[in-house]
Design a protein around this ligand. Structure first.
Ligand code: ZN
Length: 196
């Protein structure tokens, strides 16, 4: 499973880009306080209406994450100051090559780093639909919808921030639907905040 918008429109090289995959960002989780041992949370991706919901459980067990049963090692560097986490940096260890990285990617299967997944960065040579699709996908990821909570708002996010991101995601989806419709394809994507 790639993103709902996995490069169908106008991507010129055969190679997938980072935007064609789900990504997880260890720095972001650290900032959000999600890496405390014992924490668990649900990752959810927006999905095509016809396909099953994309959700994964994440459990933090000390320096190890279990994401849908897959173990991912965390590496901490630097020292915290009097128990404050600001001085510490955290990395994922790529499960395939053991390289330190901030981001891991998945196309629905196991997570691995950008190099192991042979992902490139998006090029400029994209159609309008593809660009709109990427913007929509990023907006959805930013909103970080959490299926277990009311309207999908993650616990750590403030309501005004959530509604702003949700509106942005919605606008981006309308744009992508318009762009896609002009190519005689109709895609409906369901968002948890519309259904939750
Ligand atoms: Zn790797």
């Amino acid at each position: 499973m790639g993103s709902p918008f996995s490069g169908h429109w106008g991507r010129r090289s055969g190679r997938l880009t980072v935007d064609d995959c789900h990504s997880i960002d260890v720095r972001q989780w650290h900032r959000q306080g999600r890496l405390e041992p014992g924490t668990s949370f649900t990752l959810r991706w927006a999905v095509l209406e016809a396909s099953p919901a994309g959700a994964m459980s994440v459990f933090v067990k000390g320096d190890r994450l279990a994401i849908d049963g897959m173990a991912i090692q965390l590496i901490w560097t630097g020292r915290g100051f009097k128990g404050k986490p600001q001085g510490r940096r955290v990395w994922f260890l790529c499960p395939r090559c053991s390289r330190r990285c901030c981001l891991l990617y998945s196309q629905g299967g196991p997570f691995a780093c950008r190099i192991c997944m042979r992902l490139s960065y998006p090029s400029e040579n994209e159609s309008t639909a593809a660009r709109a699709a990427r913007r929509a996908w990023r907006a959805i990821q930013q909103a970080a919808f959490d299926v277990n909570r009311k309207h999908g708002k993650p616990k750590w996010m403030r309501w005004p921030t959530f509604w702003r991101l949700a509106a942005k995601a919605e606008a981006a989806i309308i744009a992508v639907n318009a762009a896609v419709a002009s190519n005689f394809l109709i895609i409906n994507i369901s968002l948890i905040f519309l259904t939750g």
